[in-house]
Design a protein around this ligand. Structure first.
Ligand code: NAD
Ligand code: MG
Length: 392
């Protein structure tokens, strides 16, 4: 039997890589549903190529346009719209795996729906976990879902842990540290002064990875690494002090685990998201991902340095927000999403992104994150707060 997969965010960078891996293994996987925000033309192409049972667009207008685009073709794909439909195709009985690759908080509800219905959740959408950490992990555990990290670093850590690693089994006294690697982004080594005038075009130009706009800006500000630090705390049940961020500009080592006996185990590979995607889909087995093998003679050198926490304050803002707990990480994430949008629209400077996040954490009310309502409310309040600041 083939495994049925729903791809949330099919038109994005992770979505496309996922479809590429699935296409290589028609004997193992089939597509159940594809979803997208508003990219009607691209979605129409994907529907014609992959013939999913369902295609879900974020809004009704886009869904109508997609229906029209598919009308003259003889395909059975049903077109739906809205968050409820996203949740339906994530929790449908016929689905085995859900690739959570919507960007930002918009992915939270459908990803949680997949967890609630006991699916294998392939988690690229780190923002969902950052916002709702405790509820998210509890939902996975309560419903017998499988959580496979797709973020390359977390996938590497997962691969570097002993087989059968279970957070609850107290392996923690065997692990000294998790070494979370970072490329350093396009502004590695730059001064605050230089960063004052950088443009969106410069910020989205990542040296090693080709990714969506939002995560590219996050990589440039090191916010991405901060979000990943929080992600790792939840996924591997560790505290920020047990994670060391190591800047490694070549992006060949994707992260490491340091054990008490002095051993360090790492996962390496070319920087191509199809490797962690294929690993998550096939785990505990391995399948061809289309990614070529490393050529060590070609690489010749690997470099490492400490991150510059003064120039890139986002990293420390993230560990602080995690330590404060409650809705602080949801506030941090929402503030960042709005600030990044503002930067991409050239309404604010690059450096304002982290100062707006800092402001939001200082001014928005932080409460306990024991319900989804509390988390969504904090998310909303932080969005409004930063929008007001940008307007002013
Ligand atoms: P992207 O911008 O390329 O794609 C985002 C996808 O989400 C698109 O399909 C878009 O249509 C959909 N989407 C956006 N807003 C939506 C909304 N409101 N409702 C429904 N759908 C919506 O982003 P990406 O680079 O593919 O990243 C996706 C997620 O994966 C992010 O959370 C990112 O942090 C994470 N991630 C990406 C990479 C990478 O290499 N691109 C690596 C690690 C983690
Ligand atoms: Mg990553």
């Amino acid at each position: 039997m083939t495994q049925a997969i729903t791809v949330l965010g099919a038109t994005g960078s992770i979505g496309k890589s996922t479809l590429d891996v699935i296409s290589r293994h028609p004997d193992l996987y089939r597509i159940f549903a594809l979803t997208a925000n508003t990219q009607v033309n691209l979605m129409a192409e994907l529907c014609l190529k992959h013939q999913p049972q369902y295609a879900v667009m974020a809004d009704d207008g886009s869904a109508q346009a997609l229906k029209k685009a598919l009308q003259s073709h003889n395909i059975q794909t049903q077109v739906l719209s809205g968050v409820d439909s996203l949740c339906e195709v994530s929790s449908h009985n016929d689905v085995d795996q859900v690739m959570a690759a919507i960007v930002g908080a918009a992915g939270l509800l459908p990803t949680l729906a997949a967890a609630k219905s006991g699916k294998r959740v392939l988690l690229a959408n780190k923002e969902a976990l950052v916002m709702s950490g405790e509820i998210f992990m509890q939902t996975i555990a309560d419903n017998g879902a499988e959580l496979l990290p797709i973020d390359s670093e977390h996938n590497a850590i997962f691969q570097s842990l002993p087989a059968g690693f279970d957070q609850n089994q107290g392996l923690k006294n065997q692990i000294r540290k998790i070494l979370l690697t970072a490329s350093g982004g396009p502004f590695r080594g730059w001064s605050k002064q230089q960063l004052e005038v950088v443009t969106p075009a410069q910020a989205v130009k990542h040296p090693n990875w080709s990714m969506g706009q939002k995560i590219s800006v996050d990589s440039a500000s090191l916010m991405n690494k901060g979000l990943e630090l929080i992600e790792a705390c939840w996924l591997f049940d560790v505290q920020p002090e047990q994670i060391e961020v190591v800047v490694h500009p070549e992006s060949v080592i994707h992260s490491m685990v340091q054990y008490v006996d002095g051993s360090v185990i790492s996962q390496m590979g070319n920087p191509d998201m199809r490797t962690p995607i294929a690993y998550g889909m096939a785990w505990p087995e391995r399948i061809d991902s289309g990614v070529s093998s490393l050529d060590f003679f070609d690489i010749a050198q690997l470099n490492f340095e400490a991150p510059d926490r003064q120039v890139f304050p986002a990293l420390d803002l993230c560990s602080q927000a995690f330590k404060v707990g409650g809705t602080a990480p949801a506030i941090l994430n929402a503030a960042n999403e709005i600030a990044v949008e503002g930067f991409l629209r050239e309404q604010i400077s690059f450096l304002s992104i982290s100062s707006l996040i800092d402001d939001a954490l200082n001014h928005c009310e932080i409460s306990s994150a024991n319900s989804l309502e509390a988390i969504l409310e904090a998310d909303n309040a932080a969005r409004r707060f930063v929008q007001e600041r940008i307007k002013a």
